[in-house]
Design a protein around this ligand. Sequence first.
Ligand SMILES: Nc1ncnc2c1ncn2[C@@H]1O[C@H](COP(=O)(O)OP(=O)(O)O[C@H]2O[C@H](CO)[C@@H](O)[C@H](O)[C@H]2O)[C@@H](O)[C@H]1O
Length: 481
Amino acid sequence: MKIVHVASELFPYIKTGGLADAVGSLASTLARDGHEVSVFIPGYSAVFAQPDAAAAERVLRLKIEMGDTFVSGDVKVFSPCPNLNIFTVCREEFFDRKGAYGNGERDYEDNYLRYIFFCKGTVEALRLLEMQADIVHAHDWQAALMPLLLRHAESRHGATLALKTVFTIHNIAFQGLFPMRAFFRTNLPDELRGIDGLEYYGQMSFMKGGILFADRVTTVSPRYAREIQTPEYGCGLDGVVASRAEDLSGLINGIDPSVWNPATDAHLPANYSAGDMAGKAVCREALLKKAGLDPAGDDVPVFGMVCRLTEQKGVQLVLDNREFFLKHDCRLVVLGSGDKRLEGEMRALAASRPGKITLVARLDEAMSHLVEAGGDFFVMPSIFEPCGLNQMYSQAYGTPPLVTRVGGLADTVTDIDENPAGGTGIMFPPTAAGLRDGLKRAVKLFADKTTLAAMRERGMRRDFSWAKAARAYMELYEAAL
Ligand SMILES: Nc1ncnc2c1ncn2[C@@H]1O[C@H](COP(=O)(O)OP(=O)(O)O[C@H]2O[C@H](CO)[C@@H](O)[C@H](O)[C@H]2O)[C@@H](O)[C@H]1O
């Protein structure tokens, strides 16, 4: 099958979060299975810093109509492995910047222009390169205009660019909402300005376009697919999502075993597996040292956390439990940056107990592997979580996760008290009291080494592979065609 993915992130070329991992793994798994896969991403300068992308060749010059003007750019391509072509839609003025979406303080004000250009450039490339896709699969708000722009270009040019379109919601909290004047740059027909089109309370919503106009809509777990049809989790788009209920499905992400496998992980000082756990202790020691924490004996649990520091990830719940971390003999390593207030409060908490609590406020791929491997428990108390990857990584690394009962977390972790013979983690409601209870249960469990060892082993033997996840997408594509 000819499959085209369109996304603003792709591991290992450009990543700010789980979107990059999900698209990267899905695309390469489908390519390995023999499908002809292309991925379109913006030509961020960071992409070309990667060795295989540095040799990208220009295949097209673009001149894209955006409102009453034409904007130029080009398309470069490289191929990191058989059956996989990565196309970058380039325009230095838009994508040659330090951050993908903003400067660290705020989002770029021209993001609507950048991603309209990206989607239009992709559609134009599909046309000029005569790619004849079976499926065009767009991800998240940055690519959400693809289904509409593609069908519009088809009717303008009398061509078929793709048989079916799929839109995946990785996180409905980020919708691409802009003042309505942005619509003018799409050159879409005026009737799409209204409530049955892209309008959302007087603004223009990219994500609404993806949900309404793709042939199939997916999100990244069955539970989140149900949740986003409710006002509590739908972030204002619950009605729109519910209107597509018949074409909506929730497909769990997988993890890429060539990147996330403790038996082969090159980021770790020692490897280990369910059958030989000796290396995990080496990783634990290395983690404490790297994080600048005091050594911790067998009776002192090490809690790890890796995430964007945002409300979504439940960082506030951790802060609300400062007393727990201060009172109990434990260690806490937090790797993440983001919201300045949360970062500041976490930094203050760490400063109040150096040697015991630490915040590493940067993006650090290698250290994220070490936290997964070296921790005794992984803390992931998300307020909402479409799928979540770290709770799967942590189970694969023998580090039981503490998770809230929401979205993909509830779909991928089994609570040890509810199911003593099958438990792989600890689950609780998304509140400060819920997390407190979870932490206390973890401390108790840490003293019960037999139960803990069995739980670790069960997590490590679970099949979270992308092979399984990619099969579910293939079934969806086939059903759509
Ligand atoms: N400081 C840091 N250093 C190194 N690595 C860091 C890091 N901070 C975060 N990461 C990494 O970023 C990724 C985060 O992935 P998640 O799926 O947990 O969340 P995210 O909310 O970004 O993704 C959204 O999309 C994905 C993909 O569909 C969904 O699983 C998820 O629920 C949804 O919110 C992980 O690989 C993690 O290790």
